[in-house]
Design a protein around this ligand. Structure first.
Ligand code: G6Q
Length: 556
């Protein structure tokens, strides 16, 4: 048994769960008119309402005791102080340094990293500004109209999500595209309508060895050379963001166009570094500074606010309450803002790659469940797709709802209707509909007694489905920065409580290793038998069916 599940507070929470399991939130709201004011917090213009959760004062007290007992404040200090808390890779975890606005040195291996961060950021801003102001000229002396970021995972999802989220702040005559998939359709579909003389590529890869990115980068370079025909001027059209400068130079990009990453920034936490270059090109340096300001504000909140008023801590412990005591396996992210349409994918990586782990910090298998399956979609779209399961399914799916009080391009008719859905869904999920209410409705609609009895079970909504709502004024860069950072810290707190390392990702290695071996087996048309019968069968089917495959097999 682990220390965690044997701890007195864990056992108290288990006991408390039995008390609360069958209590309906409806009744809790009816019994306590102060529930909303008691269970909501604020950071700047961001309101976090967690009152529609299956908790009472005792639950919150115990959950916060758990955070305290697992030393969340100490670990927080260790992260901000640059201790090597990513112990399996022997690295500090300092994405917070990238948005630090203070002047206190942040030391890694005896060196203050802030001057280097600032220097690299200025270089990013300078390049972005030249492209945005049309000063930057391509090989044929034309201004840049399209920027293509080639990267995957952490070198893709963050900048792509943020560029989409901040669309109203982007320049209209400059398009920023993102290519991640090694499937040639992705890059071909992207390049099809672009002009190589006015296109600029960012090769974003911390390692500069990721197969997907390198294959796409090579295709981009060939496309550029085939059309413009001049390898010598490649630096007019290519930049790299990487910590592997020699490989980027070998690719043909000169030092001036290479932007540095550091080993103390994990890929999925790297939006704030030069990986944000496409975002800076899209929204400009001033707005990117706002994004950093917002994140810094959330960092300060997280670092200095007592646990009971600390938004990321509360988000984290609620997740643990459902995950480990209600045994819910999932978590839904439901933004009611079209510009946040890639936010669920972004968060899926941030959360699942960080906390999808079964081995604890001491190398032992855990005896409790860790990170949830995170999924999501624009809320309105979800309502017409999978909300059925949220309302009447057999699984408990805690959901986070994110919505803006107003939209920048505010059309009142649209926005009011949108928000009516936000409020209606959280209410419906919480209250449900009782048999008495359903019977009344059916009677009012003119159904006969027999029909009512037949339909009634389907018309009942059990309710008691938890949601937390993040309501913010509008999706400006600062607010976006704060929201992302709140979630980053939530993930961190959960990792600490589960005693896992949220900052490595060994789980993505095995598939990569096997793919490397299999790639060499795909070079010829010979049948293979080196795997299990399913993998052999699939590979041989593919070899046989691919264009020219049957002929070659026959020849062989
Ligand atoms: C993120 C992960 C992973 C990584 C990609 C791309 O935390 O480490 O998603 O970002 O595999 O790696 P490169 O940036 O090295 O190409």
């Amino acid at each position: 048994m682990s220390k965690l599940t044997q701890s007195s507070v864990w056992l108290a929470l288990k006991k408390h769960y039995v008390d609360i399991e069958h209590v309906h939130m409806r009744d809790m709201f009816d019994a306590d008119s102060s529930r909303y004011s008691k269970f909501s917090l604020q950071l700047g213009n961001i309101l976090y309402d967690y009152s529609k959760n299956r908790i009472n004062d005792e639950t919150v007290k115990l959950l916060l005791q758990l955070a305290q007992a697992e030393n969340v404040p100490d670990w927080t200090a260790k992260m901000f102080d640059g201790e090597l808390i990513n112990h399996t890779e022997c690295r500090a975890v300092l994405h917070v340094a990238l948005r630090d606005r203070g002047d206190k040195p942040i030391m890694v291996n005896g060196v203050d990293i802030l001057p280097e961060i600032k220097l690299e950021r200025q270089r990013v801003y300078q390049l972005a500004e030249k492209i945005r102001s049309r000063q930057w000229r391509g090989a044929t002396n034309q201004a840049i109209t399209d920027v293509v970021n080639i990267g995957i995972g952490g070198s893709h999802l963050g900048p792509m999500m943020a560029t989409e989220a901040l669309r109203p702040y982007t320049l209209h005559d400059l398009n920023v595209h993102f290519v991640s998939n090694i499937d040639e359709n992705h890059i071909n579909d992207t390049l099809e309508f672009l002009n190589p003389e006015t296109t600029f590529f960012i090769i974003a890869s911390k390692t500069f060895t990721t197969q997907d990115t390198m294959v796409n980068a090579e295709t981009a370079r060939q496309w550029y050379i085939n059309k413009v025909g001049d390898d010598a001027l490649i630096n007019r059209h290519f930049a790299a963001v990487t910590s592997n400068i020699p490989l980027a130079m070998k690719f043909g990009i000169s030092a001036d166009n290479i932007f540095k990453m550091w080993d103390w920034v994990g890929g999925r936490y790297s939006l704030w570094s030069a990986i944000g270059l496409p975002v800076v090109i899209a929204i400009g340096a001033d707005m990117f500074e706002e994004l950093l300001n917002g994140a810094y504000e959330a960092d300060q909140h997280f670092r200095t606010t007592p646990l009971q008023e600390n938004i990321p801590v509360m988000m984290a412990v609620l997740g643990i309450w459902y995950n480990n005591f209600f045994q819910s396996q999932t978590m839904a992210i439901l933004p009611y803002d079209q510009h946040l349409h890639r936010f669920p994918s972004y968060l899926q990586q941030a959360d699942m790659e960080s906390n999808g782990k079964y081995v604890d910090r001491e190398g032992h298998r855990v005896d409790y469940t860790t990170g949830p399956v995170v999924f999501g979609e624009i809320g309105i779209a979800g309502q017409h797709a999978f909300f059925q399961l949220l309302h009447q399914g057999t699984k408990l799916v805690p959901a986070d709802i994110l919505a803006p009080v107003y939209s920048l391009r505010c059309v009142a008719r649209h926005h009011r209707a949108l928000m009516s859905n936000v409020f209606a869904q959280t209410e419906a999920l919480m209250r449900g509909k009782t048999a008495i209410e359903a019977r009344h409705e059916l009677t009012a609609e003119g159904y006969h007694y027999d029909q009512i009895e037949q339909l009634l079970p389907y018309k009942i909504f059990p309710g008691n489905r938890p949601t937390s709502t993040l309501l913010f004024d509008t999706l400006d860069p600062k607010t976006l920065g704060s929201i992302i950072a709140l979630y980053e810290h939530k993930i961190f707190v959960q990792g600490i409580i589960w005693n896992i390392n949220s900052f490595d990702q060994w789980g993505v290695e095995l598939g990569k290793q096997l793919a490397k071996n299999i790639l060499s087996e795909l070079n010829d048309s010979d049948n293979i038998d080196s795997h299990d019968s399913s993998t052999n069968g699939l590979i041989n089917h593919y070899k046989h069916r691919r264009p020219g495959g049957a002929k070659k097999l026959h020849e062989a």
